[in-house]
Design a protein around this ligand. Structure first.
Ligand code: FES
Length: 83
């Protein structure tokens, strides 16, 4: 989420990464799903609060960047885009 925000892209991320808003919702490219890993139970609970969830949904503030994620492809979910 911070990488997306720092690049000035159109993400709400209203709680600043505190796992309390789900406005950083992204879809992980299928080729990256195993590398990114599964959401925690708390993240899944938060994802249940948005209507555009898919099997590849994640909250971007819960994805910890590392060298292994260099080149990661994501798509911003409609509910996470600023108006
Ligand atoms: S920024 Fe609020 S849950 Fe990710």
């Amino acid at each position: 989420m911070e990488v997306i925000r720092d690049w000035g892209l159109n993400i709400k991320a209203e709680c600043g990464g505190a796992l309390s808003c789900a406005t950083c919702h992204v879809y992980v490219d299928k080729d990256w799903m195993d590398v990114v890993g599964a959401p925690s139970d708390e993240e899944e609970d938060m994802l249940d609060s948005v209507g555009d969830v898919r099997a590849n949904s994640r909250l971007s503030c819960q994805i910890l960047m590392s060298d292994a994620l260099d080149g990661l492809k994501l798509t911003l979910a409609p509910s996470a885009a600023k108006d």
